[in-house]
Design a protein around this ligand. Sequence first.
Ligand code: NOS
Length: 487
Amino acid sequence: LPLDDYRKALIRTEEMLQIGGELLLTEQEELANEKLMALKNAEITQAMKKNQFPPSMHFFRAKKLIEESKVFCVLKKMPKGAALHLHDFGILSVDWLVRNVTYRPHCHLCFTPSGNLKFRFADPAPPTPKPEGCSEWILLEKYRKQLQNVTEFDNSLLRNFTLVLEDPEIAYSDQAVIWARFENIFIAVSGLVHYAPVFREYFARGLEEFYEDNVQYLELRATLYPVYELNGQTHDQEWSLKTYQEVAQKFAKDHPDFTGVRIIYSNNRKNDVDRVAESVQIAMKLRVKFPESMAGFDLVGQEDKGHSLWDLKEALLLPATQGFDLPYFFHAGETNWQGTSIDENVLDALVLNTTRIGHGFALGRHPMARNVSWNRDIPIEVCPISNQVLQLVSDLRNHPAASLMSSGHPMVVSSDDPSIFGAKGLSYDFYEAFMGIGGMKADLRTLKQLALNSIKYSSLSVDKKKTTKEVWQKKWDKFVDDLAKLL
Ligand SMILES: O=c1[nH]cnc2c1ncn2[C@@H]1O[C@H](CO)[C@@H](O)[C@H]1O
């Protein structure tokens, strides 16, 4: 074979292997692809000249540039299918929490010894008991009245609800520091979002934000912590799940092109095997009672600080020993520490029959996990911005999913906790995946495959997948038409 032909054949084969590489585009899609790739090439050429490429910059600095990008503009309009990796209280921009929720009557605030915030609605006030070591409860309505500068105070609240700041590399010296801040944000918003009226509205508004970003269906990791009423009465997990179901069903009724939401009940991986076993039992009960909404079970929290899946196997094997089908959606391999028992979570997840792998950041270092995931068609859920902000990788061109994308490995793209990272919906993560991780050759096929994957790898029934895909296809055709017409 002449060298030239050989080389061309290699390039062509690689193009076929990459994610979406085997998709055949319609004429209209080809046209749209040309427009898209012209925008992409122009932006990358410009980025090379200026040496300023958003995916290789920290998202907090890249965000503004991304918002100026024409490719990003296209991605926002693109029907992206489903977002399959999200956490309960990271889905809605935090402005509403500060400007609306903290202004409601009976909202109290206290400071923990380490200076973190806790909120609680209560009437008659004050809420009891006072959290250990915390300051007295302050009624916000009263507190704001005596403040000189309320805007300044509200801005400080906003800052407490996201990780965003100017110099993340300096402020967050290592993963332990940023994870502590990250968990504190969940604790701070917890008292607000677990107040029953807010709980419903937060979720509905979260759905709206994703819907506006052209996402049709969500799967939400939820801890189902007790939701409380003004008088202190609390509700159990069943109540929370039922409420999620009601809100999602109403939203789907009001938006017929929205499929809905399914919940992945999640426990913290720091908990010991007995507590995890309890939550597995609850998950089984919920699954019987709410087959429509309850997708399965996961373990969340900082992987490096928690138990390995294998440590918890006694709890996690309970359903199987009882012949019960409890689908697992394990976070696994969200670590940089190769060779630890935590790093082996990617293997454990597969051994324990996971349906998908959350993050799977360590997959590239485990050839067997990679094989099994490929052979059993078990996708990884890639969350680029999360991985960068939580310091697993700085330049997203070096994200391990780059190699997996180039070989067409089963994957979906998701956004984890967009509101906490200062992002919104799914488009920012699609931008990072398309421009940074996917490289120059990722094109409309890549995007189409990622959207198709999000439906294919969802936990929806065969029927629901079919109808969701039909709705998606209509949106896609319209999107392609508009893109093809772009000047
Ligand atoms: O990327 C992640 N990896 C692991 N755990 C996470 C991530 N994002 C959020 N949470 C966890 O989810 C809980 C709320 O559902 C939070 O406590 C947080 O620890």
